[in-house]
Design a binder for this molecule. Structure first.
Ligand code: G6P
Length: 613
């Protein structure tokens, strides 16, 4: 979703802004713009379409001179993608420029007020009201920009991260945030603001995380932060240790493929340090053994693929803990009046740690008295900071919109959590505990074996890439896996695809099966393999072409009933099998999208981090 970069220092700002915006492209956007102050005053360039269009317009940044500026990639909400609706937005005098992520919910009311004051609007955006309103108070406050911004903040409803530049105070930038991510990068004689650390990693690794309601004033010499009453506050400087090349393609054609291939290492990094003397060990775990024993109910709350991790997690955790685990979409949880009290544990899963619905669900859970444990990839993200306990997935930066390594590491952490709780609750026999732990430790090398089958998967993709509709079927964890396989395929290849619990086929979906329909049958769970065979036979009888995913020992059975292709995963504990099974599904989606010529890393209409409702 929208991206923000700001720069103040001694370099030419425009190339730095373009570079930062390029690193935010992965978040999804439809237009881009920059505003830079220099010897020509405040110059603005904006363009609909890819960042390259903007870059060409300003000759890679060389056409605009100046050492302070703000940039933005926009993902349209209010007003269609267009040059004029792109950010930065200017105040009426053209002396104040604003970039904004989030949504100003009361913009209509503010706009009516400003129009009453004679302000004319250029765009259809909610953001433009902010630029005009700052100018309105700036005049009233006799040219004190910071206090004008502060007065505006007290009138805005909704979510926002803002970067503000004024031609009257051209040696500074102002940053503010509420419910939308914004960090400050601290350099030597230069400072940055950004919605995402990857935008500034090339320039500095020292960052400050702004909290809701806080403001910052950045000059080349330093950063000063203020609370919502404009009282100066001290903020901690945090060091980001992500490698810069982790956010580069490193010779791969697509980030998605690179990230698929990185999964063994990512899981190793996530799992190994948490196993000591044959036991799962979490450092500084904020739940006591008593908290765990008193836990009466558990929710897993997330969006998108993270929710699908929760679906697998439900099967796995209930199996290990014999406690009810409910999985809820974060967008539903916040409005469903959930049954939550102090004995409830709410596990929140989020790669970015910034998904707005997930964040809102977290706050609702806390309001109701629950303890919140989050599984998050991005250090210092909002969800991580507001949780009682955080377990990080050490997957490194994930750039491709379609998640792969974040999904896998989230799943591994959830399995570790299951083992950790099971030991305290005494719900798993020792051999079972060790078998799961052992399978988790072997997971990276087994994923490497699955990745070796990529040519076969590519071949299967070449046989089926032109299908227009696909069904994924499976039972138990294989059903949960199907949900993710189906999402992967549809989000990057634009093929209509759905996942069904196999037992539901006869309740409607089977009427859609006709000659040539592609069905992907997931049958890794040995206990239910015979049921899977029956479902394959059922759909084959009605003319479906079937691709099957199963374990090596069942390959011949699947071939025997006429599957057009069989992909296998090595034998593992059933709890860990979905972590293996997801890999061929990611590869299949990737190759299908490749053959269809899709924009794999940046699928249409999608955003990596959904920071609006
Ligand atoms: C977007 C991404 C998905 C992700 C979902 C939830 O839709 O494209 O890959 O699963 O958001 O994001 P989160 O960062 O909360 O895991």
């Amino acid at each position: 979703m929208c991206g923000i970069v700001g720069y103040v220092g001694d370099q030419q700002a425009a190339p730095v802004l373009l570079d930062g915006l390029a690193r935010l492209e992965y978040r999804g956007y439809d237009s881009a713009g920059v505003a830079v102050f220099g010897d020509q005053g405040l110059e603005v360039a904006k363009a609909k379409g890819r960042l390259q269009v903007l870059s060409d317009l300003i000759d890679g940044g060389r056409a605009i001179h100046g050492n302070v500026g703000i940039g933005h990639t926009r993902w349209a909400t209010h007003g269609a993608p267009s040059d004029v609706n792109s950010h930065p937005h200017m105040s009426r005098s053209g002396r104040i420029a604003v970039v904004h992520n989030g949504i100003i919910e009361n913009y209509a009311e503010l706009k009516a007020f400003l129009m009453g004051e004679g302000v004319e609007f250029a765009s259809e955006t909610d953001t433009e009201v902010v630029a005009h309103l700052i100018e309105y108070f700036y005049k009233k406050d006799n040219g004190d920009l910071l206090s004008a911004v502060n007065r505006v903040l007290h009138r805005l409803e909704g979510a926002y991260a803002l970067g503000i530049l004024s031609a009257d105070d051209p040696d500074q930038l102002i940053a503010v945030r509420k419910d939308s991510p914004l960090i400050l990068g601290v350099g030597q004689g230069e400072n940055f603001l950004a919605s995402d650390v990857t935008a500034i990693l090339r320039y500095t690794r020292e960052v400050i995380y702004l909290e809701d309601g806080e403001m910052a004033l950045l000059t080349p010499q330093g950063v000063r932060c203020f609370d919502h009453l404009m009282r100066p506050i001290e903020k901690a400087l945090c060091h980001v240790d992500w490698e810069i090349d982790a956010a580069e393609k490193g010779g791969y054609e697509h980030f998605m493929f690179k990230e698929i291939m990185e999964q063994p290492d990512a899981i190793r990094r996530t799992v190994s340090p948490r196993i000591k003397d044959g036991r799962v060990h979490f450092e500084d775990f904020g739940l006591s053994d008593q908290d765990i024993r008193e836990m009466s109910r558990m929710y897993i709350v997330a969006c998108g693929s993270s929710y699908h991790v929760g679906m697998v997690g439900k099967y796995n955790l209930e199996r290990m803990l014999r406690r009810p685990v409910e999985v809820s979409l974060a967008s539903e949880f916040r409005y469903m009046d959930p049954i939550v009290d102090e004995k409830t544990l709410v596990v929140v899963i989020s790669q970015s740690g910034e998904t707005l619905d997930t964040m809102a669900a977290l706050r609702e859970a806390k309001r109701l008295g629950a303890k919140v444990l989050s599984i998050v990839n991005v250090m210092g993200s909002s969800i991580a900071r507001e949780s009682d306990v955080v377990l990080y997935t050490w997957a490194g930066p994930e750039i491709s919109v379609a998640t792969t390594k974040a999904y896998s590491t989230q799943l591994a952490v959830l399995d570790l959590l299951g083992l950790y709780f099971a030991q305290r609750l005494g719900t798993l026999p020792e051999e079972e505990y060790q078998a799961i732990l052992d399978s988790l430790l072997h997971l990276p090398e087994q994923i490497e074996q699955v990745l070796e089958q990529r040519e076969q998967i590519q071949y299967l993709a070449s046989q089926f890439f032109n299908h227009s509709s696909v069904f994924f079927i499976g039972r138990n964890c294989d059903y949960a896996l199907g949900l993710e396989g189906s999402l992967k395929l549809k989000e990057i290849s634009y093929i209509h695809s759905e996942a069904y619990a196999s037992g539901e086929l006869k309740h409607g979906t089977i009427s859609l099966i006709e000659e040539g329909t592609l069905v992907i049958a997931l049958a890794t769970y040995a206990k239910l393999f015979d049921k899977a065979v029956s479902n394959v036979v059922e759909v084959r009888t009605r003319g479906a072409e079937v691709l099957a995913l199963t374990t090596e020992d069942h390959r011949a059975d699947m071939e025997g009933i006429g599957a057009a292709g069989v992909v296998t995963v090595p034998h593992s504990h059933p709890v860990v099998l979905p972590s293996l099974g997801v890999v061929p599904l990611q590869l299949f989606a990737y190759y299908v999208a490749l053959m269809r010529g899709c924009d794999i890393d940046k699928p249409r209409n999608l955003a990596k981090s959904v920071t609006v409702e």
